[in-house]
Design a protein around this ligand. Structure first.
Ligand code: SF4
Length: 325
């Protein structure tokens, strides 16, 4: 997918920490460093994915972008405007431009609401459409996601997981967003259904000229849907590269280890397994220097003492490592 030059969204040096422990005096004495100095751009019409293990900060990053939470530091520039610290009343209208699709399609749909009311709810909040106009649009959207107008009269429990995710996608589309953030949207689904939902996401992206931030722990899923990918570890970006280049020639030791663990269907292809040693450090106590140095097979004293700078090893391929390759 051709990316235009000007990003729709720029995340610049964004950090967020959350208090966890309390001192004798009731003050926070421990902090989870959830997102640390994260920067990336997302261009109109592309799918940019954040991938990493559970707890690496990718979901927190999406919650920062749509301002469900406010960053401690950094800029979130959406359509040329920094929204990182806007007051809630100025953020609310922006939410129609940035919609979410969630992992658990059942948990994210109100079980007491009819499907047509669920899909119509964002229009009720963000537009002045009449009830008749909303229902007409709901029926159109049900068709777009492969359901029928009659499905609008039913309740979420009457649908399969895949159908419920279709309803979640219809709801996200209802207010004509520019950016859709899909957080593990297929990880709760069977593999055969995953492909259908990914195809639907791709189809509606083309039809409505949508931009996606796709979040997943699953490298096989990310490979299927992404134009570019950012790899996260302990709240830091480790590597950003175009899809094919990341899978063909990963430069960061962490990306190499993650990819070496993905099974390949072709028995002719031999894979060199890169083991990550040791346990994941606590996000309350992130290692100094390179955050990956406690587990990296290539770590040196330099890695322990100095935060690696971002190197552009090839056009559009960025690596946060002292010794990429
Ligand atoms: Fe490994 Fe050093 Fe690169 Fe970090 S900077 S990933 S420790 S080689």
């Amino acid at each position: 997918m051709a990316a235009e030059n000007k990003p729709l969204l720029s995340v610049r040096n964004v950090s967020k920490q959350f208090p966890v422990g309390k001192s004798f005096f009731g003050r926070p004495n421990k902090w989870v460093h959830a997102v640390n100095n994260v920067s990336f751009d997302i261009y109109p019409g592309e799918t940019f994915s954040l991938v990493g293990e559970s707890g690496c900060g990718k979901s927190t990053t999406s919650r920062l972008i749509n301002r469900l939470i406010e960053p401690d530091e950094g800029e979130i520039i959406f359509e040329g405007k920094d929204i990182a610290h806007l007051p809630e009343k100025e953020v609310r209208p922006l939410r129609s431009e940035m919609q979410m699709v969630f992992q658990d399609p059942y948990g994210s749909l109100n079980p007491r609401m009819k499907v047509q009311d669920i899909i119509g709810e964002p229009m009720l909040i963000h537009t002045k459409m009449s009830p008749g106009e909303r229902l007409k649009r709901v029926h159109e959207l049900l068709g777009v996601v492969g359901l029928s107008p009659a499905h609008g009269e039913r309740y979420p429990h009457e649908f399969s997981g895949g159908q419920r995710q279709r309803i979640g996608i219809a709801r996200a589309l209802s207010v004509n967003p520019k950016l859709i953030m899909a957080d593990e949207p297929v990880s709760a689904l069977d593999v055969s259904i995953q492909a259908q939902v990914l195809n639907l996401l791709r189809d509606v992206q083309e039809e409505y000229n949508l931009t996606y931030l796709f979040i997943s722990h699953d490298l096989a899923v990310v490979e299927m849907i992404s134009d570019r990918i950012g790899v996260m570890y302990l709240g830091h970006i480790m590597e950003i590269a175009p899809n094919e280049e990341l899978y063909a020639d990963p430069q960061h030791p962490y990306t190499q280890a993650l990819l070496s663990a993905v099974p390949v269907a072709d028995p002719e292809i031999e894979k060199k397994h890169v083991l990550i040693e040791g346990d994941l450090p606590s996000p309350t106590n992130i290692p100094k220097g390179c955050p990956f140095h406690t587990r990296c097979p290539r770590a040196t004293d330099k890695c322990k003492g100095e935060v690696p700078p971002t190197k552009e090893v090839r056009p559009g391929h960025f690596v946060n490592c002292h010794f990429p390759g």
